[in-house]
Design a protein around this ligand. Structure first.
Ligand SMILES: [Cu+2]
Length: 425
């Protein structure tokens, strides 16, 4: 479980990447601004269409909305406009990669996933409010990706939405995000390309912004700080779609390298009118191809920080200690986290402090939300903390499992009863 020890923790936090030297290379600038119509048409079709179905009688004209003329797609280095240069502000620099790894959620449950820096979830960023952040993101996969900084007030060219603020990051390419870390609070980042697949497939991580004037710390002087990414995986859906995507992208990347790619064949258009024209000419959009191709994810494995119970990491506390738990839902289901034996305080939502803390024992974390809770150690024991939608405390339909962990007192003293299953031991 990603954790640190509060204010005194190294501000680099988890190993989000060691600071690196500034990049001084020859930079390829790419056009970023798109009209709303282009964005709508492209994003709608691009996510579903690009890798899988290419057959079409439609032959587009020259030009494309996706690919810059002359862009080699091999080893390109993109510095989008809008942020100060290296010599203007003191950047803290990080390296992130997109990779494919084999990830084990649970013994005997392994599958290939897209992952940041080869880990699930992605590394925890831990920075101070108003720090200037530079993230060099390199795509080591055949698939396209972007990064969206969820809940951060970044410059819009760094927002990471493909076809709206940037072209996707192609195979072998490095894209440099630059922004100021604000506002303070529990935030996260995730891939924004083919979001249902990529975000579930482990492309998400915590982005924690600390502030010396944190009202939560003033009221609840906590000494440990835990980050729990709440996750749901459909193993078969994920495997099937990653395979399809990679197969399709091999072909796309090869055609691109040869300069023979016809983007509209893959569902990308410069304008909405061009999209309509393609349909008039006989091109069939993916959503109109019938139910045989319809496939929605239905997760059967539920995880905290990449692991399902009993592989989850436990949360440690001592008597008289406040701990802060940051819950982050980067998935598409709602999770209702219930702690046994304690009424905690919800102190923040979406990273922002609540005007008055709420006293709860179950807190709902809806998709895209972050919730901060404070737990006070006043009831020694072993206590489960889990999604109270009990379908999510199962592994492939077998109870117990899934989104469940244990709050354990380190200073129990005489223990009248020790659980028969201890987590991670
Ligand atoms: Cu991605």
């Amino acid at each position: 479980m990603a954790k640190d020890h509060g204010r005194d923790a190294p501000s680099t936090g988890d190993d989000a990447g060691l600071p690196t030297a500034s990049d001084g290379a020859d930079l390829t600038r790419r056009r970023l601004l798109r009209s709303a119509a282009v964005a709508t048409g492209g994003a709608l079709l691009g996510a579903a269409a690009a890798p899988t179905k290419a057959a079409s009688a439609y032959e587009p004209g020259t030009g494309s909305m996706m690919f810059m003329p002359g862009h080699s797609m091999i080893g390109a280095h993109t510095e989008p406009p809008g942020a100060p240069a290296d010599h203007e502000v003191p950047y803290r620099s990080y390296d992130l990669s997109f990779d494919i790894i084999e990830h084990e959620r649970l013994p005997r449950v392994r599958l290939p996933v897209f992952a940041f820096n080869k880990r699930v979830p992605g590394p925890v960023f831990r920075v101070q409010e108003n720090d200037w952040i530079k993230v060099n993101v390199t795509n080591n996969t055949e698939e396209m990706h972007t990064i969206h900084w969820h809940g951060l007030d970044v410059i819009y060219t760094m927002d990471g939405v493909p076809m709206v603020t940037q072209d996707p990051i192609h195979a072998g390419e490095t894209f440099v995000y630059r922004f100021q870390a604000r506002p303070a609070g529990t935030r996260f980042y995730h891939c924004h390309w083919s979001t249902p697949l990529h975000m579930m497939s482990a492309l998400h991580g915590a982005f924690i912004i600390d502030s010396p004037n944190d009202p939560i710390r003033e009221r609840f002087p906590y000494t440990r700080d835990y980050v729990l990414m709440l996750e749901a995986f459909d193993v078969n859906w994920s495997r099937k779609h990653i395979n399809e995507v990679l197969g399709g992208m091999k072909r796309v990347n090869k055609l691109m390298a040869l300069g023979k790619l016809k983007p509209a064949t893959h569902g990308f258009f410069k304008t909405y009118a061009e999209f309509e024209q393609a349909i008039d000419d006989g091109w069939s959009p993916p959503y109109a191809r019938g139910s045989a191709e319809r496939s929605l994810p239905e997760p059967e494995f539920f995880a905290i920080n990449g692991k399902c119970y009993p592989a989850t990491e436990k949360i440690l506390i001592r008597q008289g200690e406040f701990i802060r738990i940051r819950l982050i839902n980067g998935g598409f289901l709602s999770h209702h986290m219930h702690l046994h034996g304690h009424n905690f305080w919800q102190v923040a939502e979406d990273g922002n402090p609540l005007p008055a803390p709420l006293r709860l024992n179950t807190v709902s974390v809806f998709p895209g939300k972050t919730v901060d809770i404070m737990v006070y150690g006043d009831n020694p024991g072993f206590w489960t903390f889990h999604d109270h939608d009990v379908r999510r405390v199962m592994n492939n339909g077998i109870y117990p499992g899934g989104m469940l962990t244990v709050l354990e007192y380190e200073d129990m003293g005489a223990v009248p009863y020790v659980p028969s299953i201890a987590i991670n031991e």
